[in-house]
Design a protein around this ligand. Sequence first.
Ligand code: BTN
Length: 273
Amino acid sequence: MPAMTNPADWSRAADPARRIGHAVEFHAEIGSTNDRARAALSEPRGQGRAIVADLQTAGRGRRGRTWISPAGANLLVSTAWQPNVTPELTGLLGIAAALAVRDACHSLVPDASLAIRWPNDVVDGTGRKVAGLLVETALEHGELAEAVVGIGINVNWLPTDMPAEIREGATSLQALQGEPIDRVELLDRVLEALNSEAAALERGESPVARLRAAAWLDGRQVEIDTGTERISGVVAGIADDGSLLVDGPTGRLALTVGEVVRVVERAPAAAAP
Ligand code: BTN
């Protein structure tokens, strides 16, 4: 597949000193950047190369969903590498990547209160989704052999232009900041943060304490689809292994996988007489 390079723009986001984000490969149109990043793993200097596209014709979200993004408005990027992470920290890669994306977005939109909705959505203070991550891993003998991290950030896509089914629960950096955001600058910050988070994980440092400080769901009444059942309860926090702690009718559960399908908004407490 021919890669269109656009050295004038996207290469500004590359830094040869980084393991992740040492080079940027730009495509005007591609199936999914995650697939291209995985294929690049077997090419010279393919590890850590950032694959960016203006448009995906087969963009994937978590749980088999389609990721919709109009041409040239947002940041669609994937990168793959062979991480050297201990088995205890393997499940935390998605959390580390989400923190990187959140921090990079926050650095350009400092007044927005950006948080992480388990497992790895970046949301604004009201829970509207700004970015989603699709982390695809391959294990060998129980250890992480390769990781593909795909990131979709709503950048210059105004909610008024989003399809109705997305608009309800999503926003964008431009909407939060009140002005367009430079996608190349954002990519540079995402790659810098991802490179640091990956290095920290490989040094054995857990990102969970920082996730707890940025967690959006704590104390909220939720409904979670685990793939096999629906769990209702109040979120009690994040366990050391990154699972979501939910207090339900049968006691406390630790969910390692799942998707929040409903957040119950509580009525404001009545004023004291
Ligand atoms: C989700 O929230 O469901 C995850 C969305 C991940 C979307 C990104 S866009 C770049 C990369 N390529 C894909 O096909 N998906 C991810």
